[in-house]
Ligand binder design. Structure first.
Ligand SMILES: NC(=O)c1ccc[n+]([C@@H]2O[C@H](COP(=O)([O-])OP(=O)(O)OC[C@H]3O[C@@H](n4cnc5c(N)ncnc54)[C@H](O)[C@@H]3O)[C@@H](O)[C@H]2O)c1
Length: 437
C-alpha cells in the first residue's frame, strides 16, 4: 500500500517507519523543513532505541522517504495519517487542535488538487471526542463526501519501547462506520495478523474516547500507588512490597505500580487534563480523573520538599547532583518531566544544580536555566552535598555506591525511583531517602 504520514515527530516517525517495515511504501510529510532535511540525510531528530537502524533500512530499500510537500506525496496514496501534536491549549487545558485542523486543511487541498477519487484520512493524533466529525465537516467543504472517509486510529506506543509497541501491540483500535475505510485499515494492519493482534473496530467517537480512557486509567494507577507510597512512609510500610502484593493479583496486574515523583511526559498530563475538559463540556463530573490531575501536580511540587527535608530542612548554598532529567528512561523527551518542576524549586530554595542525563541534556537545556550539565554520573556526584535520582536509566543501576560515597561531599542519596534499597546504600554510609519506604 502507499501511505502518507503527516507529522514526523515521536509518533509519526515511529509509526511511519514501522509501517514501511511492514512492507508498505510510506512518505513522511512535515512542515518542519529542518527536520525533513535531517531525516533525508539519514539523521534521527529524536532519541528512540532502534529507530535509526530501522529508518536507514527502510529508506535504502526505497519504502520510506520524507518531504515537506504534501500534494505530490498524496498521489496514489491509499491512506493519509495525521500524526501532529495535540498539546494542552494555553489557559484552559483543552487539547489544542490547531495543528490537526491545519493538517486536515492541507490534506483536503491536496486531495482536491490531485483529483483522487477516494482517500482514507486517519487520525492518529490523540484528539477529543468529536474531532473526527469536525475534520469530516472541514473536508466536506472542499470535497464530495464520496471521495473520503475519516477514521480514528489512536496510537498507544510508549516512548522508549515505541518500535516494539507498534510492531507488537496489545491491540489496534479503529473507529469507522465505513466498510470501504475498514477494508483499507484491515489491509494496513494485515502484517499484524501473524501475531494475532486484535483489531478492535468501533464507532469513531468511541475510538477517540478509548485513547483518553486508557491514558486516564494508567495515570490513575500510577497516582494510586504514589498515594500508597505516602501512606507507607507515614506508617512504616514498604510500597514496593505493597505493589508486588497487590500486583500479583491478576485483576490488578503489576504494571504501572512503581511509585515515583509523579507521572510526566508528552501524553498523561495533557490527556488527563483534556479529558476532564471534555467531560466538563458535557456536564459530566469525572471526579476520579480530576483528583488524579491535582494529586499528580502537587506531588511533583512536594518532591522538591522531600529533597529539602532529606538535606536537613534547607538546600540554601548546597550543590545538588541530579541523575536523569527525561520524564522516563530511553527517551530524550522532556515534555512535562517531573525534573522541570523539581529542579527550579530547588534552585529557588538556594541550591546549585549539576545534572546528567544520557540523552536528554540538549532538550533539557532549552527548558532549565542555570543548570551545570555534566558528562557522567560521577561528574554530577563529585563534591555534591546530595544526589537525586530523578529518572531510572539503566546506566544508574550499575553505579558503585562505595565510589559515590567517596566522591560526594555530603552523603544524602534521594532516590525518587527506588533504584537502590536503603540497606544497600546505608551499608556504605549513605543516608538514603527513597519513595514509600
Ligand atoms: N509521544 C508519544 O509517546 C505519543 C504516544 C501516543 C500518542 N501520541 C499522540 O500523537 C500525537 C503526536 O505526538 P508526538 O509526540 O509525535 O508530537 P511531536 O510534537 O513530536 O510531533 C509532531 C510533528 O508534527 C509536525 N507538524 C505540525 N503541524 C503539521 C502540519 N500541518 N503538517 C505536517 N506536519 C506538521 C511537527 O513539525 C512535528 O514534527 C499527539 O496527539 C500525541 O498525543 C503521542
Amino acid at each position: 500500500m502507499k501511505l502518507v504520514m503527516v507529522g514526523t515527530g515521536y509518533v509519526g516517525l515511529v509509526s511511519g517507519v514501522c509501517l514501511a517495515d511492514f512492507g508498505h511504501e510510506v512518505i513522511g510529510v512535515d512542515v518542519d523543513a529542518d527536520k525533513v532535511a535531517l531525516l533525508e540525510a539519514g539523521k534521527i531528530p529524536i532519541y528512540e532505541p532502534g529507530l535509526d537502524t530501522l529508518v536507514r533500512r527502510n529508506a535504502s530499500a526505497g519504502r520510506l522517504s520524507f518531504s515537506t510537500n504534501l500534494a505530490p506525496a498524496l498521489k496514489g496514496a491509499d491512506a493519509v495519517f495525521i500524526a501532529v501534536g495535540t498539546p494542552s491549549r494555553r489557559g484552559d487545558g483543552h487539547a489544542d487542535l490547531q495543528y490537526v485542523y491545519a493538517a486536515a486543511n492541507s490534506v483536503a487541498e491536496a486531495i482536491e488538487e490531485s483529483g483522487k477519487d477516494y482517500t482514507v484520512i486517519v487520525t492518529k493524533s490523540t484528539v477529543p471526542v468529536g474531532t473526527g466529525d469536525e475534520i469530516e465537516t472541514l473536508l466536506a467543504k472542499r470535497l464530495d463526501r464520496a471521495r473520503f472517509d475519516v477514521v480514528s486510529n489512536p496510537e498507544f506506543l510508549r516512548e522508549g519501547a515505541a518500535i516494539e509497541d507498534f510492531k507488537r501491540p496489545d491491540r489496534v483500535v479503529v473507529g469507522t462506520k465505513s466498510d470501504r475505510a475498514r477494508a483499507v485499515m484491515e489491509a494496513v494492519y494485515r502484517p499484524l495478523n501473524i501475531n494475532k493482534t486484535p483489531i478492535v473496530f468501533v464507532e469513531r467517537r468511541t475510538s477517540e474516547l478509548i485513547k483518553y480512557a486508557a491514558n486516564a486509567f494508567l495515570a490513575t494507577k500510577i497516582t494510586f500507588i504514589n498515594e500508597m507510597a505516602d501512606l507507607c512512609e507515614a506508617v512504616g510500610a514498604n510500597v514496593q512490597d505493597v505493589a508486588r502484593g497487590i500486583g500479583l493479583d491478576k485483576r490488578i496486574g503489576g504494571k504501572f505500580l512503581h511509585a515515583g515523583p509523579g507521572y510526566g511526559g508528552s501524553c498523561f498530563p495533557k490527556d488527563t487534563l483534556a479529558l476532564t475538559r471534555t467531560a466538563n463540556d458535557s456536564n459530566v463530573d469525572l471526579s476520579i480523573v480530576n483528583a488524579v490531575v491535582s494529586a499528580n501536580t502537587s506531588r511533583k511540587e512536594r518532591m522538591a520538599d522531600k529533597v529539602i527535608n532529606a538535606c536537613g530542612g534547607s538546600v540554601d548554598g548546597l550543590t545538588i547532583g541530579v541523575l536523569g532529567l527525561a520524564f522516563k528512561p530511553n527517551t530524550d523527551d522532556m515534555r512535562d518531566a517531573p525534573s522541570l518542576t523539581i529542579v527550579p524549586r530547588l534552585q529557588k530554595a538556594g541550591a546549585s544544580i549539576r545534572a546528567y542525563d544520557p540523552e536528554a541534556m540538549e532538550e533539557a537545556a532549552k527548558h532549565l536555566d542555570d543548570v551545570e550539565f555534566v558528562v557522567s554520573p560521577s561528574d554530577a556526584a563529585r563534591g555534591a552535598d546530595a544526589l537525586v535520582i530523578m529518572t531510572e536509566w539503566d546506566e544508574f543501576r550499575g553505579i558503585d555506591l562505595v565510589d559515590l560515597h567517596t566522591i560526594m561531599n555530603g552523603k544524602v542519596l534521594v532516590d525518587l525511583r527506588n533504584v537502590y534499597s536503603a540497606s544497600r546504600a546505608e551499608k556504605v554510609g549513605l543516608t538514603y531517602v527513597g519513595v514509600g519506604c
